[in-house]
Design a binder for this molecule. Structure first.
Ligand code: DX5
Ligand code: ZN
Length: 216
């Protein structure tokens, strides 16, 4: 069986410890680092941008999985790649030129993911699927860490995995929001390859143990 990829979200870190937390990701068993960028327009919260990413880039050789929760991501996608993103995901709801944005990200040298909110039809991604490296299903409404996994997300994950098998077998299915040690097994069983976890890792007394529990 293939290994699930665990991507802790540094949104849930204490930003005053950011360097130390990023540097220890590999030793605590993380596979990727999930980086949540919010603009205060597409979502009602503001996090960080290019400088933060380029400043922490040298602290870890893990894949930087940058999740853009910003309006019109095409404007800034290339700069996120230049700042050190290995994979850039953007929301289908936030961009008119989805195809052009995918091309721009890939031509800049990064992998590309497309994200759907909990109330967006999973099938709306079908026209773009063949070009995607990753498809991200939100299991909370984006904006904040520590929310509860929305019931009904498992069906959406299963549908996403079925679309992936049909249109882009190489692509990964990622799930973001409210993932924890209790629900991880059912999320993986539904077809997820990559699990984002914020609170479940950073809120745990033993982060290494928390990642191990989510993985199994
Ligand atoms: C939500 C973010 C998520 C979130 C995950 O807007 O995209 O990455 O921080 O945090 P938890 O796991 O606490 O829901
Ligand atoms: Zn995220």
């Amino acid at each position: 069986m293939k290994q699930t990829i665990i991507a802790p979200s540094i949104l849930s870190a204490n930003f005053s410890n950011m360097g130390k937390d990023v540097a220890e990701m590999k030793t605590i068993g993380a596979d990727w680092i999930h980086v949540d960028v919010m603009d205060g327009i597409f979502v009602p919260n503001i996090t960080f941008g290019f400088k933060m990413i380029s400043d922490i880039r040298s602290l870890s050789d893990l894949l930087f999985d940058v999740h853009l929760m910003i309006d019109e991501p095409k404007r800034y996608a290339e700069r996120f790649v230049k700042s050190g993103a290995d994979l850039v995901s953007f929301h289908i709801e936030a961009e008119r030129d989805v195809e052009g944005t995918i091309e721009l990200i890939k031509n800049s040298g990064a992998k590309c993911g497309l994200v759907v909110n909990p109330d967006t039809d999973v099938d709306s991604a079908i026209p773009y699927f063949e070009k995607l490296d990753l498809f991200l299903i939100m299991s909370v409404f984006p904006g904040f860490g520590g929310q509860k996994f929305i019931d009904g997300s498992l069906e959406r994950i299963a549908r996403a995995a079925a679309l992936r098998d049909r249109y882009a077998p190489h692509a990964l299915i990622e799930v973001d929001g409210g993932v924890n040690a209790e629900n991880a097994a059912s999320i993986i069983a539904a077809g997820a390859d990559v699990l984002v976890a914020g609170n479940a890792v950073f809120g745990a007394p033993d982060r290494k143990a928390a990642i191990r529990k989510i993985r199994n």
